[in-house]
Design a protein around this ligand. Structure first.
Ligand code: ATP
Length: 353
């Protein structure tokens, strides 16, 4: 199956630009998560891919096929949306093979296909059950099986886990990912939950205000955020203000080295971002890149603890394994080391903490 390619896709609702010049390539067999805060345009983008919404501009292609004006029912895309309405008067098997039956597939063949799919989603033997006799997670699996019945070219899901409780959601994320890998089906999942995106996706598209801020594998997005928005939206980050000076950065009157060296002009105002688990406290800290700090709060969260600090560069949170440096108390005077290669530097105006 060829790649799905979006070029310069836009959507305007009156004066609101919901999706702004999006170019994306969805490689065959990969799972991509569209991730971003509420209102950033994820659902609108997915609905345009599905054919449920017409773009105001741009094209959607599957290989050499231009799908931009093709209605949803002719796209051969499987969909599971937030409120996946199953047919309550039909049993599980009939729900799954509904689309096949109405498109003229012989009943026995449709039934066999439903059986296969129910096995895939671990509902083997549930075919005769009523929808009302299923748990939330089981209904979710029926919706997934139903969407896959016609062997779609592309599988689209909008917040598919939102109705499930936290534990079940995590289980379903793993299950869905394993199923998608077995079937090698190009899949796009809309979510506002970064853990969900990190668990399932080959690639994450981080969106904000209708635009793609960064596209890449989860680890790359986390470890190499393209800008301040991504650094603050994915995982946690400490932000500090500084100014580039002689190949280093001045922060609160101190010189911090960064690796790689700043690519901005001398005198530029910059924002520094640092993941809490990268900052270091304790004895035997490396020389340089240290700030004096005072502990303002300690928060124990199972295997790790957060140490809140007051520093000349502002407040900072350090995440440590809980059993390390257990003698800290609120009010303790310490030094914190900021490793040069863990500091991300952005132009000051582009960072949104
Ligand atoms: P959420 O996570 O809250 O579902 P989202 O990222 O999916 O948000 P969209 O639903 O795509 O965001 O909305 C993007 C923007 O477009 C928002 O400002 C929204 O108010 C606007 N919008 C969406 N649908 C319509 C519509 N039918 N008419 C007018 N504006 C709309």
């Amino acid at each position: 199956m060829p790649d799905l390619v979006l070029s310069d896709i836009r959507k305007d609702y009156g004066a609101v630009r919901a999706v702004d010049r999006v170019d994306l390539n969805f490689a065959h067999g990969e799972l991509t998560a569209l991730l971003g805060p509420s209102g950033c345009g994820k659902t609108t983008l997915l609905r345009m891919i599905a054919g449920l919404e017409d773009p105001s501009g741009g094209t959607i292609r599957l290989g050499d096929q231009d799908l931009t004006g093709t209605p949803a029912h002719k796209r051969k895309f499987g969909m599971v949306f937030q409120n996946f309405a199953l047919f309550p008067h039909l049993n599980v098997a009939d729900n799954v093979c509904y689309a096949l039956t109405i498109s003229g597939t012989p009943k026995a063949k449709a039934r066999a296909r439903a059986g296969e799919l129910l096995e895939q989603v671990q509902l083997d033997g549930y075919g005769q059950r009523r929808i009302g006799e299923l748990s939330g997670g089981q209904r979710q699996r029926v919706a997934i099986a139903r969407a896959l019945a016609q062997e779609p070219d592309v599988f689209l899901l909008d917040e598919p886990m939102s109705a499930l409780d936290a534990k079940l959601r995590e289980e379903m994320q793993v299950e869905l990912r394993l199923l998608q890998q077995r079937l090698k089906i190009t899949t796009i999942v809309v979510t506002h939950d970064q853990r969900e995106a990190m668990t399932m996706a080959d690639n994450i598209v981080v969106m904000s205000q209708g635009r793609c801020e960064q596209v890449g594998p989860p680890q790359e997005i986390y470890h190499k955020p393209a800008n301040g928005f991504v650094a603050s939206f994915i995982g946690r980050a400490n932000f500090m203000s500084g100014r580039v000076r002689d190949g280093a950065v001045q922060v609160a009157g101190r010189t911090l080295t960064v690796d790689p060296a700043p690519k901005y002009l001398d005198g530029s105002a910059v924002t520094l971002a640092l993941r809490p688990e990268k900052a270091r406290l304790g004895d035997a800290l490396p020389d340089g890149n240290r700030l004096p700090a005072r502990v303002t709060f300690l928060r124990h969260v199972g295997a790790t603890r957060d140490i809140h600090l007051d520093t000349p560069a502002g407040p900072l949170v350090v995440e440590q394994v809980s059993d390390r440096g257990g003698d800290l108390q609120i009010g303790s005077e310490v030094e914190v080391h900021l490793p040069p290669d863990a500091i991300h530097l952005f132009p000051a105006e582009a960072a949104a903490a």
